[in-house]
Design a binder for this molecule. Structure first.
Ligand SMILES: *[C@@H]1O[C@H](CO)[C@@H](O)[C@H](O)[C@H]1NC(C)=O
Ligand SMILES: *[C@@H]1O[C@H](CO)[C@@H](O)[C@H](O)[C@H]1NC(C)=O
Ligand SMILES: *[C@@H]1O[C@H](CO)[C@@H](O)[C@H](O)[C@H]1NC(C)=O
Ligand SMILES: *[C@@H]1O[C@H](CO)[C@@H](O)[C@H](O)[C@H]1NC(C)=O
Length: 237
């Protein structure tokens, strides 16, 4: 019987990567396509841009990763960060593959061996060369003891080696996922530092929610999720 590990490496578990590989775009995979006219499907009104000249999308990525939670003294989980691997799906905008990319990602990722990190998963699936970037948390660049989410493309397939290819952001607004309470919120964020985007949207979330309660003092947990991220108003060339 095939182990899950060998299934991951044998099959094309992430078709949005394999299709781009087969399309003869070895340098960029699903990226380097103009999505400036793209709209965010199903965006809750409360997350709309507050501007008379809204920013245009520059790149759209799908992520697979974990949301990290710690157990509070009140006995519920508080989000303390996340880690994820990102794939640029800009070139598939308007196609079924684009619409379903977060479902494809979570289906492959949720059955991966427990304890496997997103980085190990992309390595086992032999798709590391198609990775657009990583998502993780960093100390607030403006000081204080808070952390902020970052999306970093410096070691990715498109902006490799470009030290400006990242964005650290802060939350402007969030809204419950239209797909139900099993999925984490959709979020609108604003640039704090970096050139990769002026605004970021997390949309089309799948899973990532913690259990409703926990035992105070218990260890932090990681919950797998997938989503899309829209990066707006990038100044990267
Ligand atoms: C939208 O922008 C206006 C004008 O800058 C500001 O007064 C208002 O507070 C903003 N609303 C939100 C929800 O950010
Ligand atoms: C955790 O429980 C406290 C006390 O009931 C509540 O105020 C808080 O909003 C809860 N936090 C989360 C993340 O649900
Ligand atoms: C989240 O959990 C991952 C392990 O899956 C860990 O590598 C990462 O440092 C954690 N990040 C935060 C901010 O908790
Ligand atoms: C962060 O700073 C605030 C205000 O100074 C303080 O109340 C809080 O306990 C600090 N949190 C941590 C985790 O150090």
């Amino acid at each position: 019987m095939l182990s899950i590990r060998s299934l991951i490496s044998a099959a094309c578990v992430l078709p949005f990567v394999c299709v781009s590989a087969n399309n003869g775009q070895p340098s960029y995979g699903g990226s380097n396509c103009d999505v400036s006219k793209a709209t965010i499907s199903g965006l809750p009104a409360s997350l709309a841009q507050n501007s008379s000249s809204p920013l245009s999308p520059s790149f759209i990525a799908v992520a697979l990763g974990t949301q990290n939670y710690t157990c509070s003294a009140a006995g519920n989980y508080t989000n303390i960060g996340a880690v994820a691997e990102l794939f640029d799906i800009s070139c598939f905008y308007g196609q079924k593959l684009f619409d379903e990319s977060q479902d494809i990602a979570i289906q492959a990722w949720k059955y991966a061996p427990s304890g496997m990190t997103p980085a190990e998963f992309v390595k086992q699936a032999h798709v590391s060369q198609w990775v657009f970037g990583q998502h993780f948390y960093v100390p607030n660049p403006n000081g204080g003891n808070t952390t902020n989410p970052e999306w970093n493309f410096v070691s990715g397939n498109r902006f490799n080696g470009n030290p400006d290819a990242y964005v650290i952001a802060a939350r402007l607004a969030s809204a419950a996922a239209p797909t139900g309470s099993q999925d984490i919120d959709w979020v609108h964020l604003k640039n704090v530092k970096g050139s990769a985007a002026q605004e970021v949207y997390r949309t089309d979330t799948r899973l990532g929610q913690p259990p409703a309660s926990c035992t105070p003092g218990s260890a932090p947990i990681q919950v797998r999720y997938s989503s899309k991220y829209y990066f707006l108003g990038s100044t990267l060339q």
